[in-house]
Ligand binder design. Structure first.
Ligand SMILES: Nc1ncnc2c1ncn2[C@@H]1O[C@H](COP(=O)(O)OP(=O)(O)O)[C@@H](O)[C@H]1O
Ligand SMILES: [Mg+2]
Length: 253
């Protein structure tokens, strides 16, 4: 479904490399988490998938076709994007935010509105109550739900989520993580989820890609990363106190 082959990126003509030789494959219906600290290359990698960034070297394929050969409208329809930070348009109502992509794709007004209302319902924001509000009239967690609804508007097979819950308090984050798991089960999307939070990664990822200084250190399941770390960096990252890991016994089975 998504394949990166030898993807590298420099923004300064080769003096420094933000990404170095990243290769990975993501299967349909899989949830992959990109885990790494700030500046490690997660967002840059994510943006090569929907062509917000073109790689300096290497290639990116979606559905077996090089993204450079796909029209922007086609990619928008296939790939939903939840921005880092909140990222709602402040001068548009909640409903207008959600129908943004369908509007760009030229859907008729009635179809757009029906879809927007259905999605607001899906993310737990009854449209009669919330549709006409402005983004700043919603809490952070509610705004983030709108961001998810907006990304789902054109029913894309792929959902890219860039640190969507980073700015939220722990309780709200937990409940939204559960909702992502629930969405994933119900809608069967392929999800690429970016985070710097190791526990969020362990909770959500079918597989986790660990980024460090522009390189992908390892891509594997939780069990792979915990029991068979490929590099000292991964070993140290997952070498958390046993107490904290015990909390994941349930997840690990
Ligand atoms: N548009 C850009 N111009 C110049 N440098 C950039 C740009 N985008 C990202 N970078 C650099 O690339 C590196 C990786 O950034 P990024 O992918 O945003 O990291 P992350 O999302 O993991 O925090 C950083 O050093 C960042 O400063
Ligand atoms: Mg980022």
């Amino acid at each position: 479904m998504i394949r990166l082959s030898g993807v590298s990126k420099t923004f300064d003509g080769g003096k420094t490399w933000s990404l170095r030789d990243v290769s990975l494959e993501i299967a349909p219906g899989e949830t992959i988490v990109f885990l790494g600290s700030s500046g490690s290359g997660k967002t840059t990698t994510l943006k090569t998938i929907n062509r917000l960034i073109d790689p300096t070297e290497g290639r990116v394929e979606v559905d077996g076709v090089d993204v450079r050969r796909q029209a922007p409208e086609e990619l928008r329809r296939k790939i939903g994007y939840v921005f880092q930070g909140i990222g709602l348009f402040p001068h548009l109502t909640i409903e207008q935010n959600v129908e943004m992509v369908p509007r760009l794709l030229g859907w008729p007004r009635e179809t757009r509105l029906t879809r927007a209302r259905e999605l607001l319902e899906l993310v737990g924001l009854p449209p009669a109550q919330y549709g006409a509000r402005w983004p700043d009239e919603l809490s952070g967690g509610q705004q983030q739900r709108v961001g998810v609804a907006r990304a789902l508007a054109a029913d894309p097979g792929i959902l890219l989520m860039d640190e969507p819950f980073g700015a939220l308090d722990a309780l709200t984050r937990d409940s939204l993580q559960q909702e992502v798991l629930d969405l994933k089960r119900r809608l069967k999307k392929t999800i690429v989820f970016v985070t710097h939070d190791i526990f969020e990664a362990l909770t959500l990822g079918d597989r986790i890609a660990v980024f460090h200084a522009g390189r992908m250190e390892q891509l594997g399941t939780r069990e792979d990363l915990l029991a068979r770390p490929a590099t000292p960096f991964v070993r140290d990252l997952f070498g958390k106190p046993a107490q904290q890991l015990a909390a994941f016994q349930g997840v690990l089975g």
